[in-house]
Design a protein around this ligand. Sequence first.
Ligand code: FES
Length: 138
Amino acid sequence: MGQRPAEPTESELLVCIKCRGTGGCDADDRRPGRQLYDRLVGLALPEGTRLRAVECLQNCDHGNTVALRGPGRWTYVYGQLDAEEHADVLLEGLALYHGTEDGLIPWRQRPEHFKRNCVARVPPLGFTEPRLDPETER
Ligand code: FES
């Protein structure tokens, strides 16, 4: 059975299942990224969102890594995530993210982990570029 296509308004939580985390794999044969994904599978996602596994988000040296994205929203990449410690934080952040029109969670509302471990953010297709003043932008 193939994957269900995304609804146009859905937000996605992409979890790298190949990440080796920061502390090794301990007694569990699964990689830490897979452990995080499996933990999230067992939890209730915010309505209108979905979880997807991906192989490598190119942030391999900075712990378990995820991305949040959605139509018309900025995409955010976060690292340093621990399966036990941060699954609930991720779901809280995903709900906040999905509750915005553009993916920009107000700074004060962002989970502390999001404030300190954002790797990158990428604007949505069709974003409005900043106005550049050729006299001052040199
Ligand atoms: S293996 Fe997870 S970001 Fe590369």
